[in-house]
Design a protein around this ligand. Structure first.
Ligand SMILES: Cc1cc2nc3c(=O)[nH]c(=O)nc-3n(C[C@H](O)[C@H](O)[C@H](O)COP(=O)(O)OP(=O)(O)OC[C@H]3O[C@@H](n4cnc5c(N)ncnc54)[C@H](O)[C@@H]3O)c2cc1C
Length: 349
């Protein structure tokens, strides 16, 4: 293994989606030496238009990333590399980062912005329609398909919620559960009351052309004309690196962070879809990811300044919403879930 440089970087950002790019921007502007390494497989690769981002509504997500990279290139203290971070080892000074780029890079801090992956429902014909007429997020794509015949695919309480939610975008919503609905009787009654039929027939395939859904074909040979399908599917972290490094994960499999973006491993921060605070709303959006990247970068930078010149840490806690009971025994700024893991600041290295 060769070492790229004897001098240690201030931060390596893993992942170059909105969270990682914004984090690198903030750290670069704070005059820190930063390397961003990105494997180039963003979650929204199937999407052609990104919505809900002020001043960028409708932009191709690839164009957002290109613009972000262009801005970073103007900071000579920020480097970018295409590749996969494969392993990280802890050192006395911080971390050694091994990636497919080749050399081992030494850094004081690490910021994980690795994103998540969506598991597509295993239904024939669905994958080619994904991102064009099959979606998972009405806040991202609902406006464009307003008033159209919509199917919601899923079962149980999450499908119940999504079917009701979609009434905001169309009055013609059918819940297709692809087998037993798993609905509570009162939930089924509410769907019926709101004019949402529940179809429990098993789906054989989706039929469509050029990305446009035409109809859902059932195993019994019948079909249902629909222009749009929303599903609520499982997701997982895009990388096994956080778990490998010992970062505490949430019950939903995200990297547990505190209010500032610190993980349970000292010196490691996380942001974007991959990271969650306790009590955080599960919504995932580009603007939220970018914002969390900025916040984690600020906190990371201030930890560097604390080490370098004794900058006192920001005291958090009093302004946090819904953490009253936790605050009683709280060390300021440290999330209870992370404290209870016993691996706060310096321990766990
Ligand atoms: C089909 C679809 C449409 C969407 N539409 C919208 C929309 O209209 N508006 C909106 O606001 N949101 C939308 N979203 C959600 C949005 O895509 C995410 O919230 C956002 O991309 C999350 O940003 P991120 O930086 O956390 O992760 P990502 O954008 O997923 O970026 C993570 C990056 O990290 C890289 N990476 C992972 N592991 C490693 C590693 N070990 N080493 C190096 N690099 C690594 C990945 O390759 C990837 O490039 C959509 C999502 C999907 C799936």
């Amino acid at each position: 293994m060769s070492r790229s440089s004897d001098s240690i970087l201030d931060a390596v950002v893993v992942g170059g989606g909105p969270a990682g790019l914004n984090a690198a921007l903030v750290l670069g502007r704070a005059r820190r030496r930063v390397l961003l390494i990105d494997a180039g497989e963003p979650r929204n690769a199937a999407s052609h238009a990104m919505h809900g981002f002020l001043s960028r509504d409708g932009l191709d997500p690839a164009e957002l990333r290109r613009l972000g990279c262009c801005e970073l290139k103007t900071y000579s203290n920020v480097q970018m590399a295409s590749g996969l971070v494969e392993d990280v080892t802890m050192t006395v000074d911080g971390f050694d980062v091994l990636s497919s780029v080749g050399d081992v890079v030494s850094t004081r801090k690490l910021l994980l912005a690795v994103g998540i992956r969506d598991a597509l429902p295993r239904i024939a014909g669905l994958a080619p329609l994904y991102g064009r007429s099959v979606f998972h997020c009405p806040y991202c794509d609902g406006w464009e398909v307003r008033d159209q015949p919509i199917a919601v695919l899923g079962d149980g309480s999450s499908a119940f919620r999504q079917a009701l939610l979609l009434l905001s975008w169309s009055g013609d919503v059918v819940l297709c559960t692809h087998g037993s609905s798993g609905l509570q009787p009162e939930d089924r009654a509410q769907l019926v009351k709101e004019g949402i039929p529940v179809c429990e027939k098993r789906i054989a395939r989706l039929r469509g052309r050029h990305g446009q859904l035409d109809c859902i074909v059932f195993e019994d040979g019948s079909s249902l004309e629909r222009r749009v399908l929303f599903f609520h599917g499982a997701t997982e972290l895009s990388s096994s690196l956080p778990a490998k490094m010992g970062c505490v994960l949430t019950a939903a499999g995200r990297i547990q962070i505190d209010e500032t973006g610190r993980t349970s491993v000292a010196g490691v921060y996380a942001a974007g879809d991959a990271a969650r605070r306790t009590g955080q709303h599960p919504a995932t959006q580009v603007i939220l990811s970018a914002a969390s990247g900025a916040l984690a970068a600020i906190a990371l930078h201030q930890e560097l300044m604390q080490e370098d010149v004794g900058l006192p840490p920001v005291l958090l806690g009093a302004a946090s919403v819904g953490t009253q009971s936790a605050e009683k025994d709280s060390q300021p700024g440290t999330h209870p879930a992370i404290r209870s893991s016993g691996i706060v600041q310096g321990v766990g290295r």
